[in-house]
Write a protein that binds this ligand. Structure first.
Ligand code: PLP
Length: 345
């Protein structure tokens, strides 16, 4: 089966990751890590601190980005009178779920459709946040499923103009595919204590099965850091693999370039077909509007070739598909199939 429905990694892990797994010393699993004796969480948070220039104590680790998002939302929304969280109108269903789990109240803010993308309106986000004064503001950048993002500069502008009581959680699970800029992170978490940025090894680093997420947070949140921290350390096997992945940027950058080839193919081949619209994507998936009338035939044709893509059902996106950017031959096969069905409509 070709899984192009959940934004996974249809490529090979880096040679270093594979070697690390083969050579891992099982004896290490017979003991807890001792790194906490040095006041650190993990060899991974130490390495991330070097890469991102953020102090180790402001780095979060979790069982995937999922865990960081859940911990953050549960911690900040489950206490006090203000339990409102603002989330993007079209976004990952999980945000709503974790807010609901702890009695949170979700308010949506819009994404605006333009000629070739869905876009955040920064002024509007600032205006909504000041009006609603939510306990949390969640921004997904890049956003799933729309594929658009905000820049570090725009994030800085939002932080500057909203109440400091609002915790801002930026889900950057899909960062790094196009933009390599990480330089905005350290100054922003240094300046704004109400900022948390969540990332993961599941997407750019292609290791969703490893379940390793990381994040950066503003200063002065010992309560949350204690809540989110694992006192006896993290999975030592995952830690070793994570270090190898973080050390393999060249490999993953080459994969991202192949995905970019796929983005361009979809745009070129499907963009001109009647009823189609290709949304600009900076993530490892692409959102495409298609004529709903071909849905059943398209589903059947893809299933016949063992391909799975995501047929959207979110209100407002019913006429869209989201396709993970896979290997070139997979992209070519899906693109050819869509074209064949569309032209025989
Ligand atoms: C927007 C978004 N954020 C976070 C995640 C979490 O990924 P993980 O828990 O594998 O790090 C996903 C997974 O698909 C996602 O779509």
């Amino acid at each position: 089966m070709n899984y192009l429905d959940r934004n996974e990694f249809n490529f090979q892990p880096s040679a270093k990751v594979t070697e690390t797994i083969k050579n891992f010393d099982p004896q290490l699993l017979c003991f807890y890590t001792r790194i906490y004796d040095q006041g650190k969480k993990s060899i991974v948070s130490v390495r991330l601190s070097e890469i991102y220039g953020v102090p180790e104590e402001q780095i979060l680790l979790g069982y995937g980005g999922e865990d960081i998002l859940k911990n953050t939302v549960h911690y900040y929304l489950s206490k006090g009178d203000n339990r409102t969280i603002m989330i993007p109108q079209f976004s990952w269903w999980y945000y709503n779920r974790i807010a609901g789990e702890c009695g949170g109240n979700t308010e949506m803010y819009p994404l605006h459709e333009t000629d070739d993308t869905f876009a955040y309106d920064i002024d509007e986000i600032i205006e909504y946040t000041n009006r609603i004064c939510p306990r949390m503001l969640l921004i997904a950048s890049p956003n799933n499923p729309t594929g658009n993002s905000i820049s570090g500069e725009e994030l800085g502008c939002i932080m500057e103009h909203i109440p400091s009581q609002t915790m801002v959680l930026v889900d950057e699970a899909y960062a790094s595919f196009i933009t390599t800029d990480i330089d905005y992170i350290a100054p922003l978490v240094n300046k704004y204590s109400n900022l948390i940025i969540s990332r993961t090894l599941s997407k750019f680093y292609g290791l969703p099965g490893l379940r390793m997420g990381f994040g950066f947070m503003g200063k002065g949140h010992e309560g949350f850091l204690n809540y989110a921290n694992k006192y006896l350390g993290y999975n030592r096997f995952s830690e070793a693999v994570a270090l190898a992945a973080l050390d393999s940027d060249d490999h993953y950058r080459a994969v991202a370039d192949q995905m970019d080839w796929g983005r361009k193919l979809y745009r070129r081949e499907l963009g001109a077909l009647p009823g189609f619209k290709i949304y600009k994507s900076v993530a490892n998936f692409i959102l495409i509007k298609y004529p709903l009338s071909i849905k059943e035939r398209l589903q059947a044709a893809l299933a016949e070739q063992d391909y799975k893509i995501k047929f959207m059902s979110d209100p407002g996106l019913e006429s869209c598909i989201r396709i993970t950017l896979g290997r070139p031959e997979q992209t070519q096969a899906v693109c050819d199939t869509i074209k064949r069905i569309a032209l025989n409509a």
